[in-house]
Design a protein around this ligand. Structure first.
Ligand SMILES: [Fe+2]
Length: 562
């Protein structure tokens, strides 16, 4: 059971217990009313049926009131300190007890004061020792007043006859209260333990998930929410070089920077391995970018042990940012988009801050089409999850295709189609079984036939979007080869749409440089060599030259950053 569900169940249990107790108090009170001859004399209600009818109606009315009241406020008994809610929860049985005592003041019923135990027990269970003892003292005063005004030998009578009972009231208040306090303390300790990351002292991954879920489940959430993910570049390399103890030390130092931020309405948590999350509530995206850049600057200025042996000669971090409501509408999306931004930051512009950017954000489409587009976007993330070895593939293909399109001088309008088509080119893979997509060995004939269908399925999926019509043929032909040996239609040369030819190159390059379990990933130059070997066969020679230029430019940019 998830922590949040567990907490919800606990609160429901409290609600049920308190409501049951309140109902019992009410029934006892009504019962004493009915059986009391003086209160409802035979002259007032000559027929017994009237009494029963009255009893039932009042019961029903009070039942509704008690239930509605408790339902409205249940789950909130844990508010800290002395508050009106706690007072009303305890005051209700106290009030009922007082009425019962008043009704039975002259009756022959033995020892009705025992009813005073009820408010003491509830007060001690809800509020702890101090609350329990205070209620016991209050009950003692009430008892004293009752006896004082009821009998002439008031004080002496109380001390003599109720001394033991008063003692019991205090003992019950003290004992149950101390049990409640100790349970509360223990619970607080366990919650802290579960919510804290042992190594770094930041909040744990579980706490982060609970808080995000809580935020999005609350229908009143108005404030914006920004999630910054930080990842230590080459953390595994650092661990392998200096051992896990030094790796842990590195995590603690970076956690120290997050500890020292002192931001309001914000918290930092350990995300995974060498990753951290920073959640900011009510902040603008630009503020979040500034905060992230500030962290990166501080880390850059710090001298870490053995940093000169890192691939870039120093310890660096990359940041990805996504926010609600600009990008995501729920916790899963927020994390997914922040991860995508982080991935982009790591793979394209290491040790930098990347704000999540979707190629679809600026497209002008109707409300219905927007909904279809959102579904398609979700499908892309499903494919990312399904085909676990190609995570971020769509984003990288979009990035490189965009740059190739710029170099060959496509118009702004055409570049827009390059972005959309590149992002969605493998959308048809949603139809393919996960086992085939992730198969570590070679595919058999039948499986290949299924794979070859994905450009057709993909183009069919995009067809319903009137505004996306231009990318339908691009998706359909992104696996055509320059010499006509590709699929699904065997088009060749210039018959293949130019954007499809661009995607063909970039898609292959990314597949070769990405990790696969059954083969090692090629380096950038090895992959480029492979592409050059098939120029004119699979790939368009002119576009290959442009792609080479993109890679060269990127290498220069990277060298400048380092
Ligand atoms: Fe494909």
């Amino acid at each position: 059971m998830k922590a949040l569900e567990h907490e919800e169940k606990r609160k429901r249990d409290i609600f049920e217990n308190v409501t049951t107790l309140h109902m019992l108090c009410m029934y006892i009170m009504l019962f004493t009313l009915v059986i009391n001859k003086d209160f409802f004399s035979i002259y007032m209600f000559p027929l017994l049926n009237y009494k029963v009818l009255l009893f039932m109606s009042v019961c029903l009315l009070l039942f509704v009131i008690v239930n509605l009241y408790n339902r409205r406020y249940y789950c909130q008994v844990e508010r800290k300190g002395f508050n009106w809610l706690k007072i009303s929860y305890v005051g209700y049985p106290l009030f009922m007890t007082l009425i019962i005592l008043y009704i039975l003041r002259d009756s022959s019923i033995v020892y009705p004061e025992i009813m005073l135990l009820l408010p003491v027990i509830i007060a001690a269970s809800i509020g702890g020792q101090v609350f329990g003892l205070t209620m016991a003292a209050l009950c003692a005063v009430i008892l004293f007043l009752f006896e004082y005004f009821g009998h002439t030998s008031a004080v002496y009578s109380m001390v003599e006859s109720n001394f033991i009972f008063l003692g019991i009231l205090f003992v019950v208040g003290w004992f149950i209260g101390s049990q409640a306090d100790s349970e509360k303390e223990q619970r607080g300790y366990l919650i802290t333990l579960a919510n804290t990351d042992l190594l770094t002292g930041l909040f744990s991954y579980r706490y982060l998930q609970d808080k995000l879920q809580e935020y999005f489940q609350n229908p009143d959430h108005q404030q914006s929410l920004v999630l910054i993910l930080l990842d230590i570049d080459y953390f595994k390399y650092y661990n392998d070089s200096f051992g896990h103890l030094m790796g842990d030390k590195l995590l603690q130092i970076i956690a120290g920077f997050l500890h020292g931020l002192k931001l309001e309405n914000a918290f930092a948590a350990r995300y995974a391995g060498g990753q951290f999350a920073l959640v900011l509530q009510g902040y603008e995206q630009s503020e979040a970018v500034e905060i992230a850049e500030d962290i990166i600057r501080k880390i850059n200025d710090y001298h870490f042990y053995g940093e000169k042996y890192q691939p870039e000669g120093k310890v660096t971090v990359s940041c990805g940012i996504a926010s609600y409501p600009q990008h995501a509408s729920n916790s899963k999306e927020l994390q997914g988009y922040a991860e995508q931004a982080l991935y982009k930051s790591r793979s394209l512009s290491r040790h930098n801050v990347e704000l999540y950017f979707s190629v679809f954000d600026n497209i002008e489409i109707t409300h219905d089409e927007r909904e279809i587009l959102n579904s398609i976007r979700t499908l892309v993330s499903v494919i990312n999850a399904k085909d676990r070895y190609t995570y971020g593939h769509s984003e990288r293909v979009t990035y490189y295709s965009h740059r190739v399109a710029e170099i060959i001088g496509l118009s702004e309008e055409e570049i827009k189609w390059v972005d959309y088509a590149s992002f969605l080119h493998d959308i048809g893979k949603i139809e393919i079984d996960r086992d085939i997509l992730n198969k570590p060995s070679r595919l058999n004939e039948e499986e290949w036939l299924v794979i070859k269908q994905h450009p057709i399925w993909g183009s069919d999926m995009v067809k319903p979007l009137a505004k996306m019509r231009p990318i339908v043929p691009i998706i359909r032909h992104h696996h055509e080869n320059y010499d006509g040996s590709g699929y699904p239609d065997g088009l060749a040369g210039d018959d293949i749409p130019v954007i499809s030819r661009i995607i063909r190159i970039v898609d292959s390059y990314d597949a070769m440089t990405s990790y696969r379990p059954y083969r090692r990933n090629l380096s950038s130059s090895e992959a480029l060599k492979e592409i050059q070997d098939y120029t004119g066969i699979i790939f368009d020679p002119e576009l290959v030259a442009s792609f080479e230029r993109v890679l060269e430019e990127e290498l220069e940019e990277m060298n400048q950053i380092v």
